[in-house]
Design a protein around this ligand. Structure first.
Ligand code: SF4
Ligand code: SF4
Ligand code: FES
Length: 250
């Protein structure tokens, strides 16, 4: 590929969850508008390394290809971001691709992010319904409330905020910014707030909101520009209020 424009990718691979990771380098023909996911697709069409060794296609998650499903998150040049919206022309080469470091690797760039779903269950991140019968229309949301809720509802469960957070690790068990922001969303919903006390209680104690060191890495990397630090400070105030109230009721 001496005289043609090419793209070089260095990819950290791992064959099984317990296998030792290793790196492979690929050189692809440059194409107009290519992104990291389309580069991985090109490798799948011809899985040969830069030094001519036949290898296997890279395993990675992806679905919507338009930054909506949240599945394609990985470390791109060391930064947690979405592969489908990472334009190759805007990245320094060689482009380094690695799986998230704080989640168990399934294979290559695919990781198990079920911890977020467990955390969302722990904080009851949903609007409760009482039964399967017709409950009639729910309460109306004012335009202001809709505008406040909409940015929070844009979370795509990508886990970039957790990967970038210095406090999100095994020793703290910290629930992470995404789940806290969903607490704010559901606690302000007219029906969702029925579970407000339980959600705030779930954020007290070990792994709860007090683990946040307010480093603000989360808000920097969130691909949906969710106001995470605002959510953290608002929910933190509510948790504190509830904790003090409970203390004096004892
Ligand atoms: S503010 Fe800092 S410590 Fe808190 S969730 Fe965000 S990155 Fe983590
Ligand atoms: S809050 Fe942002 S970074 Fe975190 S999971 Fe949701 S979309 Fe991803
Ligand atoms: S493939 Fe859905 S967010 Fe990238």
């Amino acid at each position: 590929m001496a005289d043609t424009k090419t793209v070089i990718l260095k990819i950290k691979r791992q064959d099984t969850p317990d296998a030792k990771p290793y790196w492979e380098e690929f050189e692809l023909m440059w194409k107009q508008g290519m992104n990291v996911t389309s580069s991985l697709m090109d490798i799948a069409l011809n899985p040969v390394t830069r030094d001519g060794k036949k290898t296997t296609p890279i395993t990675y998650d992806s679905n919507c290809l338009e930054e909506v499903c949240g599945s394609c998150a990985m470390l791109i040049n060391g930064q947690a971001r979405m592969a489908c919206s990472a334009l190759v022309d805007k990245l320094e080469q060689p482009i380094r691709l690695e799986p998230f470091s704080k989640f168990p690797v399934v294979r290559d760039l695919a990781v198990d992010r079920s911890v977020l779903f467990e955390n969302l269950k722990a904080v009851k991140a949903w609007v409760p319904v009482d039964g399967t019968y017709d409950l009639g229309p729910g309460p109306r949301l004012s335009m202001e409330d809709q505008e406040a809720a909409y940015p929070l509802s844009r979370c795509i469960s990508c886990c970039c905020c957790m990967e970038a957070c210095p406090q999100f690790n095994e020793s703290t068990g910290f629930v992470g910014a995404a789940a806290i922001s969903q607490v704010r969303l559901f606690n302000t919903h007219p029906t969702g707030k029925a579970l407000k006390r339980e959600r705030l209680a779930a954020l007290m104690g070990d792994g709860g909101i007090q683990e946040c060191g307010y480093a603000q890495n989360c808000v920097e990397v969130c691909p949906k520009d969710i106001p995470l630090t605002r959510s953290i400070s608002e929910v933190s105030g509510e948790v504190m209020k509830q904790a003090i109230g409970e203390f004096f009721r004892k």
